[in-house]
Design a protein around this ligand. Sequence first.
Ligand code: PMP
Length: 437
Amino acid sequence: NSKRDPYRLDKSNAHFRKAVQKMPLGVSSNFRYWGDNNTVYVKHGRGARVTDLDGNVYVDYRLGYGPAILGHCHPEVDAAAREGQQVGTVFALGTEREYTVASMISEMVPAAELVRFSNSGTEAVMAALRLARGATGKDHYVTFEGSYHGLFDSTMWTLDTDTIQEGREPDIVSYGKGIPAAVRSLFWQVPYNDAQRLEDVLKKHGHTIAAVLIEPILGNCCGIPSKPEFIKAVRELCTKYGVLMIVDEVKTGFRVRRGGAQELYGVKADICTMAKAVGNGYPIACIGGREDIMRNYGRGVAHGGTYTAQAMSLAAAEKTLTILRDTSALDDIAAYGTAMQEGMHKILSARGIPHSFTGHPSMSGLFFRETPPSNYRDWKTSDYTFYDTLAHHLIPRGVMCEPDSREPWFISTAHDKACLDETLDTFEYCVDLTIEE
Ligand code: PMP
């Protein structure tokens, strides 16, 4: 059946050979390099679909790692962005719309009593961590194994799973070269969903710890969710030990609920960060927090940036948030996600393949074991080759998921019945291919 033949990437591959002469790995992010003969270059995205240079069309479950929550090139958001351009680009001065969008964010996310804008998730989390340090006068912080908080030195650390052994704590290693070893002395990293381990650290070192930095759903580790009692315990422990709770909602914000994962779990951060879904892909992020903490930005804590609250992105954000707030968008997205899980469940069950889904239907991980992982060690030591093999059959047949199981599948409002039918049809075919291998 020729319809099932994998896509050819002749033009993408030719472009790669050209691009790699000018750009390391031929791309602008190491994660976009999928191999010398496998790196896809995009012609354009429309709605839930992406077309590559060869004209191959994919149903997109990556959405740029989450931002395009209303689909690519959403007409109303793009019109708003064009209108924003009429204001100008940047002025090194404020504009009125910042207040409008900040107010919308506060209304949707109660923890964000006051708001500041940034351009990316990395910048927002960097700013939040500095704010926590400035507000508490303490330098240290806690993160969780398997989390991702951006490209900066403070958070590019992970568990060295090769050193997991009975009776010995594994090492924490940087994500790569160029990250100073000196940073390692500033933080503790504890297993996710383990409140006891967090309390052990806070009890002993809370007097030097400014903040606990947590992703409410591990959006960079198969979408492993916080257990409700865990995230509530994190909240209580932070209060008990005088440590600020920074909830990194870069992925979950304005996606899993209008008020993000904080609404989903009923917890309130001291400081939170939102990015991806805020502007439907236009570069904008925000830091929100308790008024007394946020006021430290006027009391000696530095924050700024040439492009913060850039007029076009801000206009896109106002429109995106209006749609997310006033329509059934997030319910529709979750309903699609649930239907997709049900469809996959049927296909996998019929073949006796153990599996489970993690995260939230709008950003869910697919895991090939009956019980989903509850932390990074559990995920890392499990067999995820089935997923990886399956993904490598799906992508060249038009279902653009992440090639490895760390990223969840992101849904947008543009994913419709046709996308779902096509996805499940291809999924069934590719599951059989994977079994045969
Ligand atoms: N925090 C989280 C939870 C993220 O998922 C990401 C990006 N995947 C970041 C921070 C960094 O955001 P950005 O890539 O926009 O810098």
